[in-house]
Design a binder for this molecule. Structure first.
Ligand code: NAD
Length: 301
């Protein structure tokens, strides 16, 4: 198989199912060699099983591609380190890291237990940070040895992280954190030839097919907009050498639509040139809010 990723080695976390699986297959179809990571957990992150990663690696091999399964937890130091060393030992290089693994434990905040908060924040934030740090350390070594890689990281945020989502306090906080991490990583790692971007996808997977059953349903005929495979082409391009110059960006990707998110930008402002009293600050804030654009609605409200 050859294409825009020929010769590249790509690691995709959470690639045993859903979006990660679609990304891995799409990278392989464009000539990449894959490390297919998946801990194989249930929808709430419990009960691990290496089967999904092995099945996707087998699928890629059967189609004439190159893939190796990796079945440990990316949110542990050892799991994240071995993810990167698996790429280096198997293929001798690493070009692209796609951070995608995750799960949900939706609860309204008043019912959200500490364990659920910790588990969700851990899998998404630590599960992004640790593989990123190990990959970045490798690329820094490469740069110091005189090879400036065309290295790429694609992180996975969510509309929940950008706008908030009812019943998803931990998930929204973690996914917003991934945007902050993306901005810092893009700025810090540019000197090592690393571009870092994030996507906020929407697709039919086990994460969404029950909760948003109507919106996610496949049509009988025509374009299946919510198929996870629709998100992968942008991810493959961001993960290829062809995306030169694109870094620190967040893209929404859903069906046939790609949107560049423009993030937080300053709106109306007032400067007294001295300290406000609380009453004055309130009056100023209300005046500014009258001029400001209305925020988009939190999902689910
Ligand atoms: N489906 C959507 O519409 C949607 C929307 C916004 C964001 N996302 C994000 O996209 C990513 C993929 O989600 P999906 O919808 O494909 O869900 P999914 O449940 O189908 O796939 C997630 C995969 O991650 C694996 N995983 C979970 N914890 C892991 C760990 N610690 N280490 C390794 N693997 C682990 C799971 O076993 C699973 O196979 C997630 O980060 C999710 O938050 C999805």
């Amino acid at each position: 198989m050859s294409g825009i990723c020929t010769g590249r080695v790509v690691v995709v976390t959470g690639a045993g199912r859903g979006l990660g699986r679609a990304h891995a297959l799409a990278f392989a179809a464009e000539g990449a060699r894959l490390v297919v990571n998946d801990l194989g957990v249930g929808p709430d992150g419990t009960a691990a099983d290496g089967g999904p990663a092995r099945r996707v690696a087998d699928e890629i091999l059967a189609a004439g591609g190159d893939a190796v399964p990796h079945t440990t937890d990316v949110a542990t130091a050892d799991g994240a380190a071995s993810l990167i060393t698996t790429a280096l030992r198997t293929y001798g290089r690493l070009d692209t890291l796609v951070n995608n693994a995750g799960f949900l434990r939706d609860r309204m905040l008043v019912n959200l237990g500490e364990d659920d908060w910790d588990a969700v924040v851990r899998v998404h934030l630590r599960g992004h940070f640790l593989p990123l740090r190990h990959a970045a350390a490798h690329w820094r070594t490469e740069t110091k040895a005189g090879h400036l890689p065309a290295a790429r990281v694609v992180n996975t945020s969510s509309g929940a992280g950008l706008l908030g989502s009812l019943g998803q306090g931990a998930y929204s906080a973690a996914k917003a954190g991934i945007v902050g991490l993306t901005l810092v990583a893009a700025a810090e790692l540019a000197r090592y030839g690393v571009q870092v971007n994030a996507i906020a996808p929407a697709a039919r997977t086990r994460m969404t097919e029950d909760v948003f059953a109507e919106a996610m349903a496949a049509p009988g005929t025509g374009f299946d907009a919510m198929a996870p495979e629709n998100v992968s082409p942008l991810v493959v391009w961001l993960g290829s050498a062809a995306s030169t110059g694109v870094t620190g960006r967040v893209f929404e990707a859903e069906g046939g639509r790609i949107t560049v998110m423009e993030g937080w930008t300053p709106g109306p402002t007032a400067d007294k040139g001295a300290r406000w009293t609380p009453a004055e600050a309130g009056e100023a804030a209300r005046g500014l809010l009258r001029e400001a654009a209305r925020p988009r609605r939190v999902y689910g409200t």
